[in-house]
Design a protein around this ligand. Sequence first.
Ligand SMILES: *Cc1c(COP(=O)(O)O)cnc(C)c1O
Length: 459
Amino acid sequence: MTNYYAEPFKIKMVEPIKILTREERVRKIEEAHYNVFGLNSDDVYIDLLTDSGTGAMSDKQWSGMMVGDESYSGSRSFRHLMESAKDIFDYAFFQPVHQGRAAEKVVMPIFLEEGKVAISNMHFDTTRAHVELAGARAVDCVIREALDTVSYHPFKGNMDTKRMINLIEEYGPEKIGMIIITVTNNSAGGQPVSMANIRETSEIAKSFDIPVCIDAARYAENAYFIKKREAGYEDKSIKDIAREMFSYADFFTMSAKKDAIINMGGLIGVKDNEALFETIKARTIPLEGFISYGGLAGRDIEAMAIGLQEGTDFDYLQYRIGQMEYLAGKLHDAGIAFQSPVGGHALFIDAKKMLPHIPYHQFPAQTLALELYIEAGIRSCDIGSYMMGNHPDSGEQIESEFEFTRLAVPRRVYTQSHLDVIVEALKSIRERADQLKGYKIIWEPAILRHFTAKLKPLD
Ligand SMILES: *Cc1c(COP(=O)(O)O)cnc(C)c1O
């Protein structure tokens, strides 16, 4: 037996990638003003910027693209999506939309307004944005263990249910518009949420009459972790676990660009509340388009119907999470610190530990991301002080609790040899880590600066 799970597929179509010389990479990153978002993808060898919409579709999905039904109404592909989604989630109603944030844009204002609060284990950026656009407040309530990068906890994405009860009582239950369970917990590093925690969160919410929403982008990876780590689930199928997870919520919003393995798409599900579904349909038509296409082409809907099924395949998930564990194992052996245990879609390297001599205001995680590009053409990104930006009141640089360099791994795209390149690059950087210097920002916009800021190496 091997200590890894080889790819449960063979490759029928390839997309050539090339690696520039070191001199070229040094020039390209300078031209990009030392901002990874400024690089052309053609100049990147291994792209770990995000796992969103970057997965490889299967031959079945591509053939689905050909037979996708583009009818405005009554489309066969739409019916196919309804059957596929019903099989996995066991809900009565579904509405396709063009991506996850569109689902949020449609749903959030139904429950949230000025004076209301949404509580989540952790709001993803766009989820927080749509809670706030609706006029409400977004409060994160993840367990303390999520903030400890070293010690093991099988479900670091869990809701802190004690604190959640305190928050509900503090604000008053009538003020809480919804409770959002994000699976896996993206912002905590793709950390899973246990079934027991989902169940308990849901029971508490019900006792206060608060609706429960699942932010379902990586629900299948979460189900796999439950099967592997939670007692009583080892013999259950991924779909059975998924159905139980969703049975504890009232509705879900989902980006289909992750576990449904398509390049664009989203989905809303409603368990049984027909009146709510009518409101969702009425909002979807002006915002996203008619209900049977929801901002997507019929062929995208067909690919989503197929991708939802493929994303729940056990062999696929074992390989997918296995890739993350392989990468984590190699880095662990090399003594490189990261948020542990590794999450389902991304590995967060602890740049503070690798570059202890670079202070937060010289951006250690951004420094490591830039060095990974210069070293091997690998694109990652900073999740640390560089991304946090300046304090809105004082204008001072915020000191982030963590300095992470995030390696997000696209689905079915890179092989184990690519993972080895990443490991070797990090080992080689670590050898000369003490010689690396930080960066300073020479231009930045007022908000979301990390996408467009210009930097300069310090000498
Ligand atoms: C990606 C993501 C979203 C937003 O989805 P988009 O398809 O990017 O609009 C929402 N929540 C979570 C947890 C996500 O990972």
